[in-house]
Design a protein around this ligand. Structure first.
Ligand code: SF4
Length: 236
């Protein structure tokens, strides 16, 4: 089966445990206001056969055998059958496979893909349905339905959220996030706040698209420390 891949990173360290090969899927149903990968929005890139991609990944096996492989994007769920096939092959090679997703898409291949991976890295982009819709075009409900699926399938989950000044950087936001995630706490291994960065500006310029947050400050360490402190508060 063929899929469309936007790019491939042979040795990444940010998208899951250890050193990893990262496959960036082409195509995304969302348009997040802070998106740092606008080149993945459209279903454009290299058309590649599942086995060809597996063989390409296996060339890096000596380096990633203690880390693994991450499907990121874009949105890998848009090509669920393709990534499920790749994941199933990689599992036969004893590689750890992670799926980095917003959970905002599902079809009849979604369950198969979730079953095939070891770890789900789930972006919970905003904590209210209205903000989620306004700043990404998607739905928090879909993210939570996906999280429920991951829980049913006994998957380990890492939660991520990008911290954007004035949008997701309040203590209240952290408390709301914890509240939303509480029913799923037994499958969540960690919650990570990622700083908003503007290194993507160059990409937007090259693509001739306006970056709506180009004048916004990047997230500082004081903010991240404060949010992590609220995250660590014991509310039980
Ligand atoms: S889900 Fe990711 S790739 Fe898609 S628009 Fe949002 S940040 Fe960009």
């Amino acid at each position: 089966m063929k899929g469309i891949v936007s790019s491939f990173q042979s040795l990444g360290t940010l998208d899951g445990p250890g050193v990893r090969a990262v496959v960036f899927a082409a195509g995304c149903p969302l348009r997040c206001i802070y998106c740092h990968n606008p080149e993945t929005w459209e279903m454009k890139g290299e058309e590649v056969d599942a086995e060809t991609l597996v063989q390409k990944i296996l060339r890096f096996k000596p380096f990633i055998k203690n880390g693994g492989v991450t499907f990121s994007g874009g949105e890998p769920l848009l090509q669920g059958a393709f990534f499920a096939e790749v994941a199933e092959r990689l599992k036969k090679e004893n590689l750890h496979v992670a799926l980095d997703t917003s959970g905002n898409f599902s079809d009849n291949s979604t369950e198969r893909l979730v079953r095939a991976v070891d770890l789900i890295i789930l972006d919970v982009k905003f904590v209210s349905e209205s903000d989620y819709k306004k700043y990404t075009g998607g739905s928090l409900e879909k993210t939570l339905a996906f999280l429920a699926l991951a829980k049913r399938e006994n998957k380990r989950v890492w939660i991520r959220q990008v911290v954007v000044k004035g949008l997701t950087d309040s203590d209240e936001n952290v408390r709301k996030l914890k509240e939303i995630l509480r029913p799923f706490s037994d499958c969540i291994d960690k919650i990570e706040f990622l700083p908003f960065r503007k290194i993507c500006l160059e990409k937007y310029d090259r693509m001739n698209i306006d970056f709506p947050l180009k004048n916004l400050e990047e997230t500082d360490t004081i903010t991240l420390d404060r949010m992590n402190a609220v995250l660590a508060e014991n509310n039980s």
